[in-house]
Design a protein around this ligand. Structure first.
Ligand code: SPV
Ligand code: MG
Length: 290
């Protein structure tokens, strides 16, 4: 069973799948152990990991290498955030083949111009490509996939760009018509009302994907009550958790003048050995080292 088939099966058995951001094989492993249904190979998180803003600076190769590494270490399906698809429909054709081979289960492409600007930044430059142009990119992706289960998720940034609900609905309908399996609607409103209004007005068949980073009040019971939403992505909580923990631990070591207090508050090194599967190395040593 391909990872795309596993994601489809999970979606069929649950009304809502929850997908956690990851930026490394280690964070992907932890997301798996926490019980999430899949991994969001977030462009924002990987950019931040490299100390870069999320403005199309990370190359496809860098992102793809990370997707491949995560797929090797986690059995969770990967939803790959490929931003604008690295160019036009021709670039999308190339990208789709690469992500399919890398072991991803889905790609999300967004209707912004390349280079894009991260969505949640205040007063960001948010230019969208023409609806017809983006529908062509979606069609290119859908036509290119060799695994029929591989999901093509079309993301409209119409609300992020301030173009309003009617434009968001018009674009979403055009992308579904072009073959998108799901529609990701993104919003940076601090309350769920913008997204809730879109979801209520959506009369397409494609299930909706949301990324409620800006409006965390949108809990899973509230999402379920709304209906039509098949996937929730927790977009940047792995990198924010890592930053929170490192800042706290680094500051305490400086303040304490040593590692003597912090030691009992962080995981023991044995926990890292477990995550690295050192046990398997020991077993192989016993079997094969002569
Ligand atoms: C990402 O995590 O890279 C996303 C979500 O695309 S957001 O940063 O909110 O646009
Ligand atoms: Mg992104």
């Amino acid at each position: 069973m391909t990872s795309a088939a596993r994601l489809r099966a999970r979606m069929a058995e649950r009304d809502l799948v929850h997908i956690m951001a990851a930026h490394s094989p280690l964070s992907a492993i932890l997301a798996g152990e926490a019980g999430f249904d899949g991994i969001w190979a977030s462009g924002f998180e990987l950019s931040a990991l490299y100390g870069l803003p999320d403005v199309s600076l990370i190359s496809m190769t860098q992102h793809l290498d990370m997707v491949r590494a995560m797929a090797e270490h986690s059995s969770l399906p990967i939803v790959a955030d490929i931003d604008t698809g690295f160019g036009n429909a021709i670039n999308v054709i190339h990208a789709l083949k690469q992500y399919e081979r890398a072991g991803a289960a889905a790609i999300v492409i967004e209707d912004k111009t390349f280079p894009k600007v991260t969505s949640l930044i205040a007063d960001g430059r948010q230019d969208l490509v023409r609806t017809e142009e983006f529908a062509g990119k979606v069609r290119a992706a859908v036509t290119t996939r060799s695994d029929p289960d591989f999901l093509v998720i079309a993301r409209t940034e119409a609300l992020i760009a301030g173009l309003g609900e009617a434009e968001a609905l018009r674009r979403a309908a055009a992308y579904e018509e072009a073959g998108a399996d799901m529609i990701l609607i993104h919003s940076k409103h601090r309350t769920p009302d913008e997204v809730e209004s879109f979801v209520r007005a959506w009369d397409g068949n494609a299930p909706i994907v949301i990324v409620p980073t800006a409006y965390p009040q949108m809990t899973e019971p509230r999402i379920r009550a709304l209906g039509k939403i098949g996937m929730v992505i927790y977009g940047n909580h792995a990198i924010r958790a890592a930053v929170t923990a490192m800042k706290d631990v680094f500051a305490r070591i400086r303040a304490d003048g040593g590692i003597h207090h912090i030691d009992r508050d962080i995981v023991p090194v044995e926990e890292i050995f477990r995550l690295q599967r050192m046990e398997a190395v020991k077993e192989d040593e016993a079997r094969f080292l002569r």
